[in-house]
Design a protein around this ligand. Structure first.
Ligand SMILES: Cc1ncc(COP(=O)(O)O)c(C=O)c1O
Length: 293
C-alpha cells in the first residue's frame, strides 16, 4: 500500500496520539529544506506556494471551504483567538476530561465574567442549552480515544444557537468530518497528519470570523503579507482578521507538511493505517509510549 510504505517505524507504532510518526515524504521535504537553509538558498516566497497547497489539502480532508482555512502554530493559539468571542455573562461549556490546549484559554475567560461550565464528555451534548454561548470539545479525546458524535453536537448546538469549537487534532485524516458544520475547528498537524511540530490549522465560519478579535496576528496575516511587513503606523492595519485568512497567529510554521503526501496517496490505505484504536487500548498506548517523548 502506498501510504503504508511511507512509514519506517522499527516496531509497531502505537503512540501517534502523543507524537505522530514522521512519514518519508515529510522527512524528505524537511531535509531538502534544511539543506537549502544551511546553504543560504532558501527562497522565502516559495513557502507561499507550499502553504497554499497545504491549506487546500487540509480543507479537502476535513471538508472545509478553502477560504475558511488558516494556518496555526499551536492549537492553544487558535483556542485563545476563539475565546475573544466570549463576553462577560456568556456561558462556555467544556468537557472536564478534555485536553488542556482546549481548556486553558477558555477557562481563563472566567476572569472577565464568562460563566464557565464543565460536564463529563458523555453528557456534554445534553448539557447544551439556550444559555450556552459556546461549546468547545475535542472530536476524539487524546487521553482515551473516545469519539464524540459530531453530527449530534452540530445539530444540538445549532438548535440552541450555540457556537461550536471542535479540536480535530486526534481525528483529522481518519475520522470523517464536515468542518464547515462547526463555527471553529482547530487542529495540531504533528500527530495524525505526520507533520512537524509548530504546524496546525484552524477553520472559522465567516459570520463568526467577523466577531473575533485576531489577537495573535503576525506579519503573515497581512492582506498582502510581503507588502505590509513594515506598515506600522497605518490607521487600520491591513490584516485579515480571519478568512480569506491565511495566518491566525504565530507567523508561519516551517511549512513542508506531509499533507501533500496525504493528498496524493491512496485514501483507502490511509484509512487502513489510521484505524481508530478501541478506547480500552488507546490510553495504554500512550503509557507504553515510544522512545523519548
Ligand atoms: C486534542 C489535542 N489538542 C491539541 C494538542 C496540542 O496542543 P498545542 O498545539 O496547543 O500544543 C494535543 C496534543 O496532545 C491534543 O491531543
Amino acid at each position: 500500500m502506498q501510504a503504508q510504505a511511507q512509514f519506517q517505524a522499527e516496531a509497531t507504532y502505537l503512540n501517534t496520539a502523543t507524537v505522530g510518526l514522521a512519514c518519508d515524504a515529510a522527512i524528505n521535504a524537511l531535509q531538502d529544506d534544511l539543506a537549502k537553509w544551511r546553504s543560504g538558498n532558501v527562497d522565502a516566497f516559495h513557502y507561499d506556494n507550499l502553504i497554499a497547497e497545504c491549506r487546500v489539502s487540509y480543507g479537502s480532508l476535513i471538508n472545509a471551504q478553502l477560504d475558511r482555512v488558516a494556518i496555526l502554530s499551536q492549537v492553544s493559539v487558535g483556542t485563545g483567538v476563539a475565546a475573544t468571542l466570549l463576553q462577560s455573562g456568556d456561558e462556555v461549556l467544556l468537557a472536564e476530561e478534555d485536553f488542556t490546549s482546549v481548556l486553558f484559554p477558555l477557562l481563563q475567560t472566567a476572569d472577565r465574567g464568562v460563566r464557565v461550565r464543565t460536564a463529563p464528555l458523555n453528557r456534554i451534548i445534553d448539557q447544551i442549552g439556550p444559555s450556552t454561548t459556546m461549546v468547545a470539545v475535542s472530536s476524539v479525546q487524546s487521553a482515551d480515544g473516545r469519539v464524540i458524535d459530531l453530527d449530534r453536537l452540530a445539530s444540538t448546538a445549532k438548535s440552541n444557537n450555540t457556537l461550536t469549537l471542535v479540536d480535530l487534532t486526534q481525528s483529522a485524516s481518519w475520522l470523517a468530518c464536515n468542518a464547515d458544520d462547526f463555527s471553529i475547528t482547530v487542529c495540531g498537524a504533528y500527530k495524525w497528519l505526520c507533520s512537524p511540530r509548530g504546524s496546525g490549522f484552524m477553520t472559522v465560519q465567516p459570520e463568526v470570523a467577523d466577531q473575533m478579535t485576531a489577537i495573535s496576528s503576525g506579519w503573515y496575516a497581512g492582506e498582502k503579507p510581503w507588502e505590509s511587513i513594515a506598515s506600522a503606523g497605518q490607521e487600520r492595519p491591513p490584516f485579515r482578521p480571519v478568512p480569506g485568512l491565511v495566518s491566525l497567529g504565530g507567523g508561519r510554521a516551517r511549512p513542508r507538511f506531509a499533507l501533500r503526501a496525504w493528498a496524493d496517496s491512496d485514501w483507502q490505505a490511509q484509512r487502513w493505517f489510521g484505524q481508530p484504536l478501541p478506547s480500552r487500548i488507546w490510553p495504554r498506548t500512550i503509557q507504553l509510549g515510544h522512545r523519548g517523548h
